[in-house]
Design a protein around this ligand. Structure first.
Ligand code: UDP
Ligand code: MG
Length: 319
């Protein structure tokens, strides 16, 4: 199979028939063998019925129905698991991403040897409110800096193409879909490219990602990815190091307090109360903090070795 198209969707009933017809038109015109995997992320509208109707007529349509809304990343993850095409394309369901881009995206993977090609929504400013564009620029600048992928302008574009190996070897969870190129890079897929793509305003429904809190979460996610990349397989190297350092500072402070007490006793001068000494507090805090960090390091080590439950989702139906 040449291409798998994966479409995560949450309440997009109006767009689906048009999107499918458009994808089909492009695929047929280019003679590609393909599948379209719609992942219904707990929609409360008629999206699933529409997918079932499409599936009844077109055998290349497949559907996964989540029992509840998990988010875009879990939807992509389950689509990735099932994809059979040599090239995997992800696109949003809202008709903002154009299927006309698929042949060129595929060509870049197959002929130019890219592992991942991300769309770049050049004309997006037209339709979007300021509350989306300014944070998006900031987001992309930070993501470029932290990930070291300097040639991407638009990490979060829903339209992307992947070599199949890539999607089978990365684990998208939580809200990590924003950083898929970084995940791919960490997995060792380094040929990452970009293609300017046409992008239009939403035709039906409204955006599912608004508000500023997604940027706070976005930065926290970026921080975890950076941490995982640097210390994921060796959390003890960071927690253990800081922990040991703090514990040692605490120990020295405790010795100072103790030595002072002994000295005073021996010299016959009245000993000060230990709690009068700043070293007492340093000893206390540092030793406690140090032990805590040490334990955190061990726990991190254990968890990172045993996290098999992270990507288990309730799937109600599959067609
Ligand atoms: N989406 C999803 N689960 C969610 C939220 C969104 O599958 O919990 C889908 C949504 O239906 C769309 C895509 O993710 O196909 C991108 O969402 P949206 O168009 O709302 O984001 P925007 O383009 O405004 O950034
Ligand atoms: Mg959209």
């Amino acid at each position: 199979m040449d291409i798998s198209v994966i479409v995560p969707l949450f309440n997009e009933e109006e767009s689906l028939p048009e999107l499918h017809a458009w994808i089909k038109r492009v695929m047929d015109a280019n003679g590609f063998s393909y599948e379209v995997i719609f992942v219904n992320d707990g929609s409360t509208d008629r999206s699933w019925q529409v997918i079932e109707e499409l599936q009844a007529t077109y055998p290349e349509v497949k559907g996964i129905k989540f029992r509840r809304n998990y988010g875009k990343s879990p939807a992509l993850f389950c689509g990735f698991e099932r994809a059979q095409g040599d090239v995997v394309i992800t696109m949003d369901a809202d008709l903002q991403d154009s299927p006309d881009e698929i042949p060129e995206l595929r060509r870049m993977i197959v002929e130019n040897g890219y592992d991942l090609v991300s769309g770049f929504k050049m004309n997006r400013r037209k339709g979007d409110p300021l509350s989306k564009t300014i944070p998006t620029k900031l987001f992309n600048a930070t993501a470029r800096l932290v990930s070291g992928i300097h040639n991407l302008h638009d990490f979060n574009c829903g339209l992307k193409a992947y070599r199949r190996d890539v999607v089978k070897n990365i684990e998208v969870y939580g809200e990590m879909h924003r950083y898929i190129p970084y995940l791919a890079k960490n997995a060792g897929f380094t040929k990452i490219g970009e293609k300017p793509v046409h992008h239009q305003a939403r035709k039906f429904g409204k955006s599912k990602f608004m508000g500023w809190n997604r940027f706070v979460n976005g930065y926290l996610d970026l921080l975890s990815l950076w941490f995982l990349d640097s210390f994921g397989l060796k959390p003890m190297h960071v927690f253990g190091f800081i922990g040991t350092l703090m514990f040692l500072i605490g120990l020295v402070a405790a010795v100072v307090v103790g030595a002072n007490k002994i000295y005073c006793l021996a010299a016959g001068v009245p000993a000060r109360l230990v709690t009068d000494s700043p070293y007492f507090y340093i000893a206390l805090t540092m030793m406690i903090l140090g032990t805590q960090l040490f334990v955190a390091g061990f726990l991190g080590e254990l968890i990172s070795r045993n996290s098999t439950e992270r990507n288990k989702y309730q799937i109600e139906k599959e067609i």
